[in-house]
Design a protein around this ligand. Structure first.
Ligand SMILES: Nc1ncnc2c1ncn2[C@@H]1O[C@H](COP(=O)(O)OP(=O)(O)OP(=O)(O)O)[C@@H](O)[C@H]1O
Ligand SMILES: [Mg+2]
Length: 503
């Protein structure tokens, strides 16, 4: 994103529009409040970064996508009024939505559960409508959810992500789709996506609304993307556990295990709310991003009349009221059974592969020549520990290469193949098995990165290359691939090295 050059109102002169003030800036565009002079109406004028406009592929896709998405008219989708380019500046005029973004609301904190469920419903309905018509948003995230004055939300930027991430080239995607926080596993893998990918992203947004942070966090965006592929669906903290079926049904790793449509999600949400313990939906979240500043907003959200809380009070037969408090746990369990998609998403269960407790090692018994001297420093206790760690590392390596590819390979530090090998090397820096283990982790990344590069999936390849270089920054093969990615991303024709020898 650093390469992005954003525009100021001074730079812009688009015939037919008068710019009033800047509204906001994203990674690839500047947004202004403007007046469309012909109709004398206020619009949000989104002006794309010249970096994007320089890419001819983007430019033509932007106009095509814009024309198509302008036909999408729904109360929960931002209406596109106009799209075009003037003197090389690409712009889009859309309905001006004045109430700020969900990103801002989340960082302020204090959204009630009922309000959150209303917001999720609005987003799902907008998605459902667009999916029915064959559109996938691809960039559902709090920054693209805007509030109308009446509190309802609308989804912005339909089609924009597609314009930036065309099917025949993903070179711009890594920089244009700014954050991997909301990315579905199939998107992270660079595979084709359908509406269920948007539903996954909705699941991540729902999770963030409830807890204040996106589901996966790591030091770099590449790891976050990988976590979407490999990490279990996050568990909601205690007060919101009853909503877990929704998060699990949206965020299943396998798209086939998710709710099929936005409507199916809304339906499940309504059933869950009707079965929920009284008061649960009125609960206020303390969700607030760390460093968001200020006290958690209290009270306001709870007072708000939400559609969901109305549904809860009308949906329950009167005779149930006295019993409402009794079966809280039972209701939650029942709701879980009723609402979780047919087969539980695999990610809900703990990984089947490696046992948490590695089996005890059987030290090799060899007949040694009499002249042989035992290496000095390793005492018996340490040797047992080394063997235990090596076995654990080998098991996880096998798991990460045979069972759930990539998982538990190098993350987390305390429970991954690499983590175990490194712990051995901390005790015994020359340990041959541990060194070979680390080398095989690097070989894994060489092989997968080469495959991705070979398919022309440069973003994906770059991601795998970086993962490999994080293990061994000097690896010459990965460096070659890194150069190839850089060449491809700057529009050149990269020279790919031959596939690495399988190890
Ligand atoms: N139709 C609109 N009405 C009112 N404000 C808008 C509208 N569209 C965008 N904005 C504001 O402009 C800001 C920038 O929007 P933009 O789409 O460029 O970036 P983003 O979605 O926040 O992030 P990214 O560029 O990473 O996708 C938004 O955060 C929002 O505050
Ligand atoms: Mg946006």
């Amino acid at each position: 994103m650093n390469a992005t050059v954003l525009l100021t109102s001074v730079d812009i002169n688009i015939p037919g529009y008068r710019i009033l003030s800047p509204i906001g800036e994203g990674g690839m565009a500047s947004v202004f409040l403007a007046v469309q002079e012909s109709l004398d109406r206020e619009v949000a004028l989104k002006v794309m970064s010249p970096v994007l406009a320089a890419n001819t592929e983007f430019a033509s896709r932007f106009l095509t996508e814009g024309k198509i998405t302008a036909k999408l008219q729904h109360p929960n989708l931002v209406t596109v009024y106009d799209i075009g380019s003037h003197a090389g500046v690409y712009y889009l005029a859309a309905e001006y939505i004045p109430g700020g973004t969900l990103k801002e609301r989340i960082s302020q904190g204090g959204l009630s559960v009922a309000h959150i469920l209303d917001i999720a419903t609005d987003i799902a309905q907008g998605l459902d409508f667009a999916h029915e018509k064959g559109f996938v948003h691809r960039d559902v995230k709090p920054g693209n959810v805007l509030f109308r004055k009446d509190g309802r939300v609308v989804l912005a930027d339909f089609g924009i992500a597609k314009a930036m991430d065309g099917s025949n080239s993903s070179t711009v995607a890594g920089s244009s789709i700014g954050t991997p926080d909301y990315m579905s596993p199939e998107q992270a893998r660079g595979e084709p996506v359908d509406g269920r990918s948007d539903l996954y992203s909705l699941g991540t947004v729902l999770y963030e609304m409830l807890t204040g942070t996106p589901p996966y966090q790591a030091g770099d965006p590449f790891t976050v993307a990988l976590m979407h592929v490999t990490h279990p669906v996050p568990a909601l903290p205690e007060p919101y556990e009853w909503l877990q079926p929704l998060v699990s049904g949206l965020m299943a790793k396998d798209a086939a295990q998710r709710y099929n449509t936005g409507a199916a999600f809304v339906d499940a949400l309504h059933k869950l709310v009707e079965a929920a313990p009284q008061g649960a939906v009125l609960q206020e979240t303390s969700a607030r991003k760390a460093g968001g500043g200020g006290r958690i907003a209290a009270g306001a959200a709870t007072q708000q009349r939400t559609r969901i809380s109305a549904r809860q009070s009308s949906g329950r037969p009167a005779w149930l009221w006295p019993a409402a408090g009794v079966g809280v746990f039972g209701a939650a369990v029942l709701a879980w059974w009723l609402l979780t998609p047919a087969t539980a998403p695999p990610s809900q269960s703990q990984p089947q592969g490696p046992a948490a407790q590695p089996t005890a090692a059987t030290p090799a018994t060899e007949t040694l020549p009499e002249s042989f001297q035992m290496p000095q420093p390793v005492d018996t206790a340490n040797q047992d520990e080394v063997d235990r760690l090596l076995n654990a590392g080998d098991k996880l390596y096998e798991y990460a290469t045979q069972v759930e590819v990539g998982r538990k390979l190098d993350y987390p530090d305390d429970d991954s193949a690499l983590g175990y090998y490194r712990r051995v090397l901390a005790i015994d820096p020359e340990n041959a098995r541990a060194r070979a283990g680390v080398a095989s982790v690097v070989a894994f990344y060489r092989s997968y990165a080469h495959k991705a590069c070979d398919r022309g999936e440069w973003v994906q390849c770059g991601f795998l290359v970086r993962k490999g270089l994080a293990v061994d920054g000097e690896d010459p093969y990965l460096r070659q691939l890194q150069d190839a990615v850089a060449t491809a991303e700057s529009g050149g024709t990269p020279a790919l090295p031959a596939a690495p020898p399988s190890s």
